[in-house]
Design a protein around this ligand. Sequence first.
Ligand code: ADP
Ligand code: MG
Length: 349
Amino acid sequence: MLENKNNDSTSLEKLGEFGLIDHLTKNFNSTQKSTLKGIGDDAAVLDFTDKKTVLTTDLLIEGVHFDLSYMPLKHLGYKAVMVNLSDVYAMNAIATQITVSIAVSNRFPLEALEELYAGIATACKAFEVDLIGGDTTSSKTGLMISITALGEVDEDKITYRSGAKANDLLVVSGDLGAAYMGLQILEREKEVFKVNPNNQPDLEPYSYIVERQLKPEARKDIVSLLQQLDVQPTSMIDISDGLSSEILHLCKSSNVGCNLFEDKIPLDPTVISSCEEFKVDSTMIALSGGEDYELLFTVDQSAFLKLKGNPSLSIIGHMTQASEGANLITRAETKIPLTAQGWNSFESE
Ligand code: ADP
Ligand code: MG
């Protein structure tokens, strides 16, 4: 598919490494004050003056983290940036720069990399981050992308995983489980396509969840919202691996317990209907689905009135003493210990 997308494909060998870097990066312009020098020298030069700097990196491998048979390269470029920006926002920081390193086999024509960089460019523009460097190398087989993101934050705003206290409220942005259900739809359609390539899937009813899988949006808006509301979270993490494992990370880092209320977990109607279709429990999917890139944070109870009723946020529980453990309070009001996989149904109290 990639190789045969059109007839005018340009081989990477023809361009050479420098020609390739130049071609892919020529339309990127730096806009951040802190970027003194971006692409084009041996290293970028940054100046964060009185702010603190946060830095995070992620490595994505074809066949492990993404499947190019249903992930368009443009979306992959966009998502690879989102994954990193989400980690910056989870520190309550604002992302400012990224570097992008790629290893690519010569089965990819130049046009494929142009698509990848078009997605990266869209993300950089929408989230106001500068592409300031990277590295380009060849690979024997697939595609690898490593992105590093930098961000800036006032020292007193930095939010670690470790600051939650007993009685703090537990809050999540957006809704959960959609990216995972979107992946189930894409994988089902891939199997159908293998059997009958003429079968054109109708993804329209699933557009929300498929989009959540292919084009996640990092929650920069939540960092701004908290700033506007003058709410300082006591702890924060982004939800890349599912709600329950991220709650357990907060509990462990902060040495607290938690009560999570099943009926408060935000679910989109498409998630509920697709869970019915796949005969899976929607709570289980929200707890262990992953790839939602929402922000999960705790706040002091005094922030309740500022957050209550905000359409971007759901108050889903509260923290407790560590000795009480991390629990799910079900709709039937039973208390079940949370596990990284969701919950352990054999251990109900
Ligand atoms: P070096 O030999 O010092 O590693 P390169 O020739 O790899 O230098 O890189 C030249 C410039 O292009 C540097 O500014 C580098 O950060 C940038 N660069 C290289 N590869 C990429 C890439 N894939 N995406 C963005 N910038 C890149
Ligand atoms: Mg290099």
